[in-house]
Design a binder for this molecule. Structure first.
Ligand SMILES: *[C@@H]1O[C@H](CO)[C@@H](O)[C@H](O)[C@H]1NC(C)=O
Ligand SMILES: *[C@@H]1O[C@H](CO)[C@@H](O)[C@H](O)[C@H]1NC(C)=O
Ligand SMILES: *[C@@H]1O[C@H](CO)[C@@H](O)[C@H](O)[C@H]1NC(C)=O
Ligand SMILES: *[C@@H]1O[C@H](CO)[C@@H](O)[C@H](O)[C@H]1NC(C)=O
Ligand SMILES: *[C@@H]1O[C@H](CO)[C@@H](O)[C@H](O)[C@H]1NC(C)=O
Ligand SMILES: *[C@@H]1O[C@H](CO)[C@@H](O)[C@H](O)[C@H]1NC(C)=O
Ligand SMILES: *[C@@H]1O[C@H](CO)[C@@H](O)[C@H](O)[C@H]1NC(C)=O
Length: 923
């Protein structure tokens, strides 16, 4: 029911995407400056300006955006034609705790993509000794830590953020003992409001963790950016792992109306897919393994092939084994679609895009974006205050640490500046102490704009000219100290008036020039004002401290609240996220129905078709009333199994439900006759599949073998650990692994010999000789006891058969363990691997399984792994073979990620090293 509903909704969504299609057009020939782009080449000579050869965008020197730092060229060995020109030089900051660029003009309230690039290039001749770790701030908020871990690699930090003012500060803050901060390039690209609406205001930004283009030919190590992407986002080519199949179209892929991502056609035209029946997988690790980080993920899909009416490409998106998006999706031919949402609470994010049962085509994915949400709620100082204080700084050429935002972050508060941090409005400058700072000239009118100023101390400078009238108009000014300057003229009436009223503490004495209505006459606070001043200032300081505390508490509360708002919820397109139980825990429909002998005759058409012979009797094919095929396992009179033992199996089975265990449909106990009725497994046994010799048979591929092994291992693990009391199978063999359906789902069969054993008392059972020659635990011959590890041994034999295609006892009466162990010990895997696979497998994956098989078949049971370990190892082998792709952070990890754009030398050697295959790169 709900399935039909959800599919219908998905289809409606897709149809609506088609019907309301409107293509956003971007004027390609537009002059870049009208795009609002700002492209700064840090460290280049002051007047330098050029057009970048790769993007065709104009770059300018950073000289007008910063007044600290030292320019350097990178070492000549890093410069060649493939190195983008902004990386030829850089600006380093050997002094100052914080060094800031002031980038303007911007459009206030606009969303920008801000990109900072870094290439060390041995600019300082120190080689690796010059590497650095430092913090990058966007305005007053920490953006990210930059770790330059390689001299030759380009690093890139990108953030999407709403900029509230007509400027933005980008600041570098060094870390003690961790090298000299530097920067090579700074780029700002405005984004339309409709893009990435999750970034709705300045309080939350997104650091670009990865932006990937899937499916271009591997040798194509080009990253798409401007002009392919009108917003100059950089789409890093995600190299194809071995098992991904690149596919593409030459037709344009269009964006739908109100598309939140506007992925360029050139990026969507290529895609990755996989072999039939397989899923597309990728994962990334949370930065610093921090579970609290919130990521925003957007998966981009478009069909690149016109499907005929019998074809369908339908897939489901899973995250760490839970359904991530509640509906099956079906990419639309030549239209971009996206599934997106936030994820958090994990140290690793594993995505699996799986075909649904009725999909005739494997999944496809065209592009992928991953962002880390960054709190940028701390507000920058009031814009009017900032422009006033910048004017003051310029007028008196004040150096100090006056860079970036005056009030924030608080640890980088400008020297001599105090601020008021209100909750609902930006910080204001409330006090300015410029005493003894060698100010000369007149009092600038810029002071007039510091309208929140309460204290102004300009004492002990060389200020000249008249004392301006406008000082009396500063509404909050309570203390004004002008002592020790060389003013002329008279003190304005308005100031004197405020002073006499007591609303202003005014100090003007000891001016060397004559002041008509001099201080001693009119100053209401002659002499001793210093003491009074402290009396005024102390309460101010107390107020500030209290305000700071309140702000701190509120910020903490807000922050915590925001954290919970960004819980591990997924907010996908159209509809809510439905969480499903882990597959392993989902019980299959189980109907332990009781059959009469008559019914058995009917459903088997009088036992017409025998499909096998078990240890108990013949197995017949039957059909239930609704046509469901079943296997009817009868007990013959000659069977060594007693009636009760036989039905005892049924009792076990009633308790046992797992998708990798053959399902019991019902049983029959009718006089002399007893039978068990199972689901029918259409593809027979694993043994048949491995040994089949007929000319037209298709041998199992390595992936199929791995999946079958994993399925059966999961079934056994369940028997051992999930069943209460646990069960030992006691006859694990390839003939007891049954296969079903075109995807060869494997299930463990034949629990005839399974016996419950009391886990609390003993972990083994004593019984008569059981099992099958070749599979039996060697310890049994000395102890006559079987334990879970006996199943592990037998399963090890199964794994060896899967790898080699050989039976447990080879024709020359050699046991498979002995045979394989000898060869593998010499590192010779080729001579043991089943030749039917024709070399089509991932060697690491095969090695891993061979290793595992040898460990399972150790003589001493204590040295064998548990089935749970076996499952883990098989999963890793499958990942190796299927090529589950690790999506590295664009920034962190190896700088080789950016081979394309910076590391001139690694460009040829590591083209597109964006991926790590999962698991150890064994041997
Ligand atoms: C595909 O399978 C789902 C169940 O997985 C079913 O609800 C749906 O109707 C099928 N869709 C198509 C297009 O066949
Ligand atoms: C960098 O190199 C250019 C010429 O290639 C030169 O003009 C410039 O002065 C150099 N800059 C520094 C800081 O050495
Ligand atoms: C910087 O990166 C390198 C290499 O990835 C790592 O070894 C080092 O610990 C990092 N430094 C810091 C301070 O994170
Ligand atoms: C910013 O946006 C978030 C989410 O869209 C909203 O909850 C919050 O109130 C906004 N903050 C401001 C200051 O507008
Ligand atoms: C598209 O596919 C063709 C054939 O598979 C291939 O030759 C070509 O390089 C591909 N184009 C891109 C852009 O990947
Ligand atoms: C001061 O404010 C006025 C009016 O708001 C503005 O025109 C002027 O540019 C400001 N001056 C400075 C230095 O910020
Ligand atoms: C003030 O200016 C005079 C002359 O211009 C100079 O001699 C004196 O040193 C200056 N005093 C201070 C404190 O800068």
């Amino acid at each position: 029911m709900s399935h039909h509903g959800s599919v219908r909704t998905a289809l409606l969504w897709l149809i609506s995407m088609i019907c309301f299609t409107h293509v956003a057009l971007f004027a390609r020939g537009q002059a870049p400056d009208t795009l609002g782009f700002i492209s700064i080449d840090c460290g280049s000579p002051p007047s330098a300006a050029y057009v970048d050869a790769i993007t065709g965008l104009p770059y300018v020197s950073d000289a007008d955006f910063i007044d600290t730092g030292v320019s350097h060229n990178v070492s000549a060995e890093y410069v060649d034609a493939s190195l983008p020109r902004p990386h030829y030089d850089l600006r380093s900051f050997p002094t100052g705790a914080r060094n800031c660029y002031t980038v303007r003009p911007l459009t206030p309230g606009t969303k920008y993509l801000v990109r900072a690039t870094f290439l060390h290039g041995n600019y300082d001749g120190l080689g690796d000794g010059g590497l650095a770790v430092f913090d990058l701030y966007l305005g007053v908020n920490l953006w990210r830590t930059v770790n330059i871990s390689s001299v030759s690699s380009t690093f890139r930090a990108e953030i999407i953020s709403v900029v509230p003012d007509d400027y933005v500060h980008v600041c570098l803050v060094g870390k003690k003992g961790l090298g000299t901060p530097f920067i090579s390039g700074l780029e700002l690209r405005p984004l339309a409001d409709e893009l990435y609406p999750i970034v709705a205001n300045a309080s939350m930004s997104m650091d670009v963790h990865g932006r990937h283009n899937l499916g271009p030919e591997e040798r194509m190590d080009v990253n798409f950016r401007y002009p392919d992407d009108p917003h100059d986002r950089i789409w890093k080519v995600l190299a194809n792992p071995r098992s991904w199949i690149p596919t593409n179209t030459t037709a344009a892929v269009l964006n739908v109306a109100q598309d939140q991502f506007l992925v360029p056609s050139a990026v969507m035209q290529t895609a990755a897919t996989v072999d039939d029946g397989f899923s597309l997988q990728f994962y990334w690790d949370a930065d610093d393994s921090n579970k609290a980080f919130v990521y925003y993920v957007a998966l981009h899909f478009a069909e690149v092939r016109a499907l005929n009416s019998s074809e369908a490409r339908i897939c489901e998106i899973n995250l760490n084994n839970d359904l991530w998006y509640s509906k099956p999706i079906s990419p639309v031919y030549l239209y971009s679609g996206a599934v997106f949402g936030t994820v958090t609470g994990k140290t690793q994010y594993n995505y699996r895009i799986e075909p649904t049962n009725n999909s005739t085509l494997p999944p496809i994915m065209n592009a992928l974006e991953i962002f880390l949400m960054v709190h940028t709620a701390e507000r920058a100082t009031d814009g009017g205050d900032v422009s006033a204080i910048m004017a003051i700084k310029a007028k008196y050429e004040i150096n100090r640490n006056w860079m970036g935002d005056p009030c924030g972050p608080k640890i980088y508060l400008w020297e001599g500046v105090s601020c008021n941090y209100a909750i609902s409005s930006p910080p204001r400058i409330i006090s300015l102490n410029l005493s003894s700072t060698e100010l000369t000239g007149e009092i600038t009118s810029a002071f007039r704009n510091l309208t929140a100023l309460q204290t102004l101390d300009l004492s002990l400078n060389n200020l000249t000219g008249n004392i301006p009238e406008f000082l009396a108009l500063l509404p909050s000014l309570a203390v004004l100290d002008l002592t020790g300057n060389r003013f002329n003229g008279s003190v304005p009436e308005s100031l004197l008036k405020r002073s006499q009223e007591g609303s202003l503490k005014l100090r003007i004495e000891a001016n060397t020039s004559s002041i008509d209505n001099g201080p001693s006459k009119s100053d209401s606070q002659p002499r001793g004002t210093k003491r009074n001043n402290t009396a005024v200032i102390v309460p101010v300081v107390v107020v500030v401290v209290v305000v700071l505390l309140v702000v701190a508490v509120i910020v903490t509360v807000l922050f915590c609240r925001r954290r919970t708002e960004n819980d591990p919820s997924v907010r996908p397109l159209n509809g809510s996220h439905s969480k499903e139980e882990n597959e392993d825990d989902v019980s299959l429909q189980f109907d332990n129905r009781q059959f009469t002998y008559k019914e058995l005759e009917t459903i088997t058409n009088s036992f017409e078709k025998s499909i096998g012979k078990g240890g108990f009797g013949v197995v017949y094919l039957g059909y239930l009333e609704d046509g469901t095929p079943v296997a009817v396992k009868t007990r013959t009179e000659s069977s060594s199994q007693s009636h009760n033992e036989f039905l005892g199996e049924a009792l076990h089975l009633i308790r046992v439900h797992h998708r990798n265990l053959v399902n019991l449909v019902g049983h029959c106990k009718d006089g002399q006759h007893s039978a068990l009725i199972y689901e029918y497994m259409s593809e027979g046994t694993l043994q048949e599949k491995l040994r089949e010799k007929s000319p037209d048979f298709v041998p199992l591929s390595w992936r199929q073998r791995l999946r079958i092994s994993l399925d059966s291992a999961q079934g056994l693990e369940y028997l051992h650990k999930a069943c209460k009391p646990p069960l030992i199978h006691r006859d694990v063999k390839t003939a007891n692994i049954l296969l079903n359906g075109s995807n060869l789902e494997a299930k463990i069969a034949d629990f005839g010999l399974s016996k419950a054993f009391n886990n609390d008392l003993q972990s083994h059972v004593s019984t008569r000789v059981v099992g099958t020659p070749g599979y039996l635990d060697p310890e049994y011959y000395t102890s006559f006891q079987l334990s879970e590890k006996s199943d592990v041994y037998s399963f090890g034999i199964v794994l060896l058969e899967v790898v080699t295609g050989q039976p447990p006892i080879l024709p020359e009466s050699v046991h498979i363990v002995q045979w394989a162990r000898q060869r593998l010990a010499k590192g010779d895997i080729e001579s043991v691997v089943d030749g039917n696979m024709q070399g089509r497998y991932d060697l690491n994956s095969v090695w891993k399984v061979a290793d595992l098989a040898l460990r399972c078949t150790e003589q001493a049971s204590s040295q064998r792994p548990s089935m749970a370990d076996v499952v883990v190892q098989l999963k890793e082998s499958l990942e190796l073979e299927e090529g589950c792709v690790k999506v590295q952070s664009s920034y962190a990890g190896s700088g080789d990620l950016y081979a394309e754009s910076g590391d001139a030398r690694s460009q040829s050697t590591h083209s597109g090293v964006a991926l790590d295959l999962v698991g150890p790169a064994a041997r």
